[in-house]
Design a protein around this ligand. Structure first.
Ligand code: SAM
Ligand code: SF4
Length: 364
């Protein structure tokens, strides 16, 4: 069977997803990405939406084995962005017509943090009378906390499942009782029950991850009725247990990184073909592995971009992985650079619009 058979099939099954994810030949990849781009045009349009990404604190109670700001990394200085600076950046996003903002940080579950985020949400919501859409990405919390933040104005929440395979998830996290796949999955359920537009995603190219795992990740998105997907390649951070293991095993060669990028773009394309009306982000990690990584994702079906609005003085301290791009760029540069990237693939920017996932409303 050649690839066009699969691209014209009405319903793709798990084996079909595995087949498509595993394509490597340039001609087949062209056909796959072209079909996904057509699907994007049909279901979400060739309009890409911005979420200004504000990484406001790197304090974290977790110790995920892959992450550069894990609690155990003593080489990284911890920071909290002053509230007035966060509000100034939110106002800037509003003035720049970004439409939405994403607040991201390490995970904390103490009352002071919960109150702080709640106040912040109310203040951001007052800008332009609720003009900015707000996505939160601050980890696992209780259902009560999620509810308080929803009531304060957040309407989207991004919590990556990291891998839909609980066994693989286990290999990526310490077994200390605080890093449980079941808890993360229950958080996704709680968020959906409250009424959030729920986003999740996985890291791609993890050691031990198979094409079947990735196909199951896409089926997991469908089964959880996920509205937004934020996924990208796993990228090594030198001072993490996983990063050291991968480097020592010789698994961070240029060929290996190219493989992880190709798999990531394939995941974008196959997810678009399978789920059709969801929002899919062209994530920064893709650009880390290739200067045009985000353009490749847009061309293969992604429709969301997250220009960095983290304060330049804190960017060095929010390095989840090595060689994160845009560390030196001011927010103005990020804005202009991304607009040029969108134009280069023939898309337009949905200035001033929230750009909610059509899937969320199609399913109400
Ligand atoms: N702390 C929150 C959480 O974990 O959900 C939100 C922030 S966390 C930094 C956001 C995402 O960064 C994680 O879900 C993970 O997928 C990603 N990440 C962390 N380390 C990474 C790495 N080395 N390569 C690629 N992605 C990574
Ligand atoms: Fe903390 Fe999130 Fe990094 Fe895990 S991935 S260590 S929860 S910031």
């Amino acid at each position: 069977m050649n690839i066009s058979y699969y691209l014209h099939k009405k319903e793709l099954n798990r084996d079909d997803l595995v087949f498509l994810l595993g394509r490597t030949e340039p001609e087949e990849l062209d056909q796959l990405y072209c079909a996904a781009r057509e699907m994007k045009k049909e279901w979400v349009g060739n309009v890409d939406y911005y979420r200004g990404l504000l990484e406001f604190s790197n304090r974290c109670i977790k110790n995920c084995c892959y992450c550069g700001i894990r609690r155990g990394n003593r080489q990284v200085g911890r920071f909290d962005t002053p509230k007035e600076d966060i509000l100034a950046m939110a106002l800037w996003c509003y003035e720049q017509q970004y439409g939405s903002i994403t607040l991201q940080s390490g995970e904390r579950q103490d009352e002071a943090f919960i109150d702080y985020v709640e106040d912040l949400l109310r203040e951001i919501k007052s800008i332009g009378n609720g003009a900015l859409g707000i996505t939160l990405c601050v980890g696992e919390q209780t259902k009560e906390t999620y509810q308080r933040w929803y009531d304060a104005g957040a309407h989207r929440y991004l919590l990556r499942i990291e891998s839909s395979n609980p066994k693989l998830y286990k290999t990526l996290h310490p077994q200390d009782g605080h890093h449980k796949w079941e808890v993360r999955k229950a958080c996704l359920d709680a968020l959906a029950a409250i009424g959030y537009q729920v986003g999740t995603g996985v890291m791609i190219g993890l050691p031990g991850q198979t094409l079947e795992d990735l196909a199951d990740d896409i089926l997991f998105y469908r089964n959880q009725n996920i509205a937004m997907i934020g996924m990208g390649p796993y990228v090594v951070h030198h001072n993490t247990p996983l990063g050291k293991k991968v480097s020592e095993a010789g698994l961070d060669s240029p060929e290996e990184r190219a493989r992880r990028l190709r798999l990531s773009i394939n995941m974008v394309a196959v997810t678009r073909l399978f789920l059709k009306d969801v929002n899919i982000a062209a994530t920064t990690a893709m650009q880390t592995l290739h200067p045009l990584g985000r353009e490749m994702a847009l061309k293969a079906g992604a429709n969301i971009l997250m220009p960095l609005v983290t304060l330049p003085q804190f960017r060095n301290q929010y390095q989840l992985y090595d060689n994160k791009p845009c560390l030196e760029d001011g927010q103005e540069q990020c804005r202009n650079c991304l607009s040029a990237r969108v134009a280069s693939v023939g898309d337009t920017v949905g200035w001033g619009q929230w750009g909610d996932s059509p899937h969320f409303f199609n399913n109400l």
